[in-house]
Write a protein that binds this ligand. Structure first.
Ligand SMILES: [Zn+2]
Length: 283
């Protein structure tokens, strides 16, 4: 049975997350759920407009020799999109204010994903979907639906293996094939990935970075894969609700009716409590 149920103690997670928050150079902004959903315009590997290089000297203006960088006159330097290689995943998202992130793993699955998408659409919020390549390959239309609604589509490997048991080449294959499917269907490769079972290793961090992705874990595990009852899933989300929290649920990998129904109940409650349910955007 699939699950992402390998989690350290919650206090450890929070400590780690605080450390990450202090050390991170990655800027995260909350997407505005009220704005028109759009996919990231800039694919990984494309330099930002700001990397166009220093302006050329203007006629009549004395050349600023001392201020001229040594690269002046040469072609703009390409700024690689490869993010710094992390040794731990993000486990919460500080700096988003009174916001929370909902994430759904293992899909898409035609039996459950459409209902989850419908609930998110009804409440005009965005979420993160960490998809498995083999599932995405089988349901490209659901992948398009996610992106069209402004959700973030992340990489959850091709076949949901335990990453630490794989060779470097196999990890690259699992992550690379999945990114390829997402890019083929959506036009942009994923910017985030999540290791199955939350089992990361150094190779996965390095290969993920090579593929232009940041590692994202979670703060609150609903343990919905154990089918504990809809009410229990709802309670776990509401009890764990706090600014910056990332919630883990599943839209595939087994019978996810409880996950579907739980979302219908807890999402309006979170919104009533004043949370913005949103997604991070890498800038
Ligand atoms: Zn999973």
């Amino acid at each position: 049975m699939r699950s992402d149920h390998i989690r350290p103690d919650r206090r450890t997670l929070l400590k780690v997350a605080l450390g990450l928050g202090a050390a991170t150079t990655l800027h995260l902004i909350a997407a505005d759920p009220a704005s028109t959903p759009s996919r990231p315009a800039r694919a990984a590997g494309t330099p930002p407009a700001a990397a166009a290089g220093p302006p050329a000297g203007l006629p009549g203006r004395p050349p600023a020799y001392r201020l001229q960088p040594m690269t002046a006159g040469s072609p703009p330097r390409f700024r690689p999109a490869r993010p710094p290689v992390r040794t731990r995943p993000f486990e919460e998202l500080p700096g988003l204010g009174h916001s929370m992130v909902l994430s759904f793993d293992d899909g898409p699955d035609a039996r459950y994903t459409p209902d989850i998408l419908a609930t998110l659409r009804k409440h005009k919020v965005r979420a993160m979907f960490f998809v498995c390549g083999e599932m995405a390959d089988a349901s490209p239309n659901l992948l398009r639906e996610m992106a069209d609604d402004g959700h973030v589509v992340g990489n959850h490997s091709w076949s949901h293996p335990l990453i630490p048991g794989l060779s470097r080449a196999a990890i690259r294959d699992e992550l690379g094939r999945t990114s390829d499917v997402v890019e083929t269907v959506l036009g942009t490769a994923p910017l985030w990935y999540r290791a199955p079972y939350g089992a990361w290793n150094r190779n996965s961090f390095e290969i993920g970075a090579d593929l232009g992705m940041e590692p994202m874990a979670w703060t609150v595990d609903t343990l919905d894969w154990t089918t504990p009852g809809t009410g229990t899933i709802v309670s776990r989300v509401l009890d764990g609700a706090a600014p910056g929290v990332v919630v883990l649920s599943h839209d595939a990998g087994g019978n996810r009716s409880q996950s579907v129904e739980a979302l219908r109940r807890y999402l309006p409650r979170l919104l009533e409590e004043g949370y913005r349910v949103t997604v991070p955007q890498r800038v």
